[in-house]
Design a binder for this molecule. Structure first.
Ligand code: SF4
Length: 222
């Protein structure tokens, strides 16, 4: 979304396997895979315990975890993160379908947050798990406005709460994106760009952690 070139490499050119070369990205990939698995189980009415989450992580790590000198450090952190995610108790909340969609510029955009929960008071909680460090600018990311719109479309008339969960710190942060009616414009622009076949690189501070950093054609990504 932030960088059309990244989208092209990842989705259209199928180069996401390049990410497997980075220990850091492998570590995050393993944690994310476990979190997705836990989310699917929650939707099916099954809660994964910390022990089950760690056992599943062991399997995932064997297949795609990082190797090398820092493996033990990454592995310990991954175990800590999935355990924290499993320990997150949402008393009285009911997991509901987490594939949501919203119409942007006459096109349907599908989003899949990590958790969608129905609270005892009938409100809806949409939660994303953030495996990196907490960022001050998290609330400014356009995905949150998209999730808010998707939640309102799926649950008309309900109050929708957005949350970021940081398993590394076992912390939930409420998110309230600014919504002035133009907040979905970046998605409309991106959809128009895809339709025109334009995937220009857009550099940002994310570039050093982008899996396509070394093949990127942007002149100032370094
Ligand atoms: S390195 Fe930066 S500009 Fe290049 S593809 Fe990745 S995110 Fe986009």
């Amino acid at each position: 979304m932030k960088c059309p070139a990244r989208y092209r490499h990842e989705v259209l050119e199928g180069l996401s396997a390049l990410a497997e070369k980075s220990a850091y990205l492998r570590f995050h990939g393993c944690v994310r895979q476990v979190l997705v698995w836990m989310g699917d189980k929650a939707c099916a009415g099954e809660t994964a315990t910390a022990r089950e989450a760690v056992a599943y992580l062991d399997d995932v790590w064997r297949d795609r975890g990082p190797r090398g000198g820092f493996e033990a450090v990454y592995f310990a952190e991954a175990r800590r993160m999935v355990s924290a995610a499993a320990a997150l108790v949402d008393a009285g909340h009911r997991p509901v379908e987490r594939v949501l969609s919203v119409v942007v510029a006459s096109q349907t955009v599908v989003v899949r947050p990590d958790r969608v929960l129905e609270a005892p008071d009938g409100s809806i909680v949409i939660r994303r798990f953030r495996t990196g460090r907490r960022s001050k600018s998290e609330e400014e990311k356009p995905i949150w406005a998209l999730l808010a719109a998707a939640g309102e479309a799926a649950f008309p008339g309900r109050v929708v709460h957005l949350q970021a969960f940081y398993p590394a710190a076992a912390e939930i942060v409420p998110i309230a994106p600014e919504r002035d009616g133009t907040e979905l414009a970046p998605y409309a622009d991106a959809l128009a760009g895809v339709a025109r076949g334009e995937f220009a690189p857009v550099t940002s501070r994310d570039c050093p952690t982008c899996q396509f950093y070394f093949i990127c054609t942007a002149e100032d990504s370094f």
